[in-house]
Design a protein around this ligand. Structure first.
Ligand SMILES: *Cc1c(COP(=O)(O)O)cnc(C)c1O
Length: 384
């Protein structure tokens, strides 16, 4: 298959000769109306009805017990880890193949990532690799799980649902239970993705979603912490809103808090976007199937959802046969105004995470060198 035929195919999908972005937001619903309402009401900041409404919509959609809106996905992940009891000096196991925000959240709480390989099935944290790493490097004591090398506590595991494809949650949960580790899902990319019929982000006690401009729906900037019980949810909201104890006029804060609350202005955008999420999901699935059919039998292998899951197909991807093919395709598409991107550099290649402990990363390295993301914005073909 020639590079030109790929470019032509993508131009034909999007029916345009202009620049085609990787993932762009669209606002054809009630976005203008709801955002204007916040301005007219003057409730643009941390108080206002849209924040509660947005949280409720997310709860209903995901089936999570509670959703707490935050300023962005990184803040949501920071809060989720904090609530899960991760402390400065703790180790947290995650994937080397992720967006840097996963590790930034850990870094800023003084926790230290350990990198474990991803699975070829999900592109997310591999349960077998996790178990193998723990077998070799960890010991379970009365006080929890500790690293053999330096006796530091291993507190949590953070799998990330890469491009919306759900990780192998049953298997990961079993390993976490065995080793007494908290599972915190980085579900930033997976709103609308289900694992065996249950929404991603509802398996760990705490998890994080993102509504950045490039995600499946956006609030401009924003995130959500999903919690599985009311008590946790109360304290999560408390710490994200400066830990202020409710009182008609006194300022009393009973623990160190964050100012991570999502502004009403952003939540208004989110409420309108939640109304169109089901149609985006349909459009994205249709697009993914077109890519799949186009690449079938090709040397470029289209990445499909794992058989146990329904993915939101946030970003479409192909695996190239080698680095040369990958680089040629990156150059030719971007030259032609069709935006494609390689996957993120593995986390241990970044200067601030280069010293981190890691297991075997064969699969992560393979994907790093071979994967390309293709334009993935939903296409409205008038199908609702
Ligand atoms: C988008 C994203 C986040 C959070 O990003 P924000 O821009 O802070 O909302 C976290 N992890 C992953 C894997 C992401 O893709």
């Amino acid at each position: 298959m020639s590079q030109t035929s790929i470019i032509e195919f993508i131009r034909d999908l999007y029916k345009t000769n202009e620049f085609i972005p990787l993932h762009a937001p669209t606002f054809n619903g009630n976005e203008q109306k709801y955002v204007s309402e916040t301005i007219q009401s003057t409730f643009v900041s941390s108080v206002g009805k849209f924040v509660d409404e947005f949280e409720q919509k997310i709860e209903v959609y995901t089936g999570a017990t509670k959703a707490i809106a935050t300023v962005n996905g990184t803040a949501a992940l920071h809060t989720a880890l904090y609530m899960a009891g991760v402390k400065a000096g703790d180790f947290v196991i995650t994937q080397a193949l992720t967006f840097v925000a996963t590790c930034n959240a850990l870094y800023h709480m003084g926790a230290v990532p350990i990198f474990v390989d991803v699975s070829a099935v999900s592109l997310g944290l591999c349960p077998k690799a996790l178990e193998a790493y723990l077998q070799e490097n960890a010991e379970l004591t009365e006080n929890g799980c500790f690293h053999k090398k330096n006796s530091k506590r291993i507190k949590a595991v953070v799998p990330m649902h890469t491009f919306g494809h759900p990780v192998e949650l049953d298997e990961l949960l079993a390993v976490c239970q065995k080793w007494q580790l908290c599972l915190v899902e980085d579900a930033a990319e997976s709103l609308g993705s289900f694992y065996k019929g249950k929404h991603t982000g509802t398996f760990g006690d705490f998890s994080a979603l993102s509504f950045n401009g490039n995600k499946i729906i956006t609030t401009g900037g924003g995130g959500i912490v999903l919690c599985q019980n009311e008590e946790d949810a109360k304290r999560t909201k408390h710490v994200t809103t400066t830990a202020k104890v409710p009182h008609p006029f006194e300022f009393f804060h009973d623990e160190p808090g964050f100012n991570y609350r999502m502004p009403n202005l952003n939540a208004a955008l989110g409420c309108a976007q939640m109304e169109v999420l089901p149609s985006y999901l349909k459009q994205k699935r249709q697009l993914a199937m077109q890519y799949r059919d186009f690449f079938s039998g090709n040397e470029l292998k289209f990445v499909v959802e794992p058989e146990y899951a329904a993915s939101n197909y946030w970003l479409n991807a192909v695996i190239c046969p080698d680095v040369t093919v990958r680089d040629e395709l990156l150059f030719s598409t971007n030259d032609a105004g069709v935006m494609t991107r390689p996957i993120w550099k593995l986390m241990h290649r970044l200067p601030m995470f280069a010293h981190c402990l890691r297991g075997d990363l064969t699969q992560s390295e393979f994907i790093e060198a071979h994967l390309i993301n293709l334009p993935s914005s939903p296409i409205n073909r008038g199908i609702a």
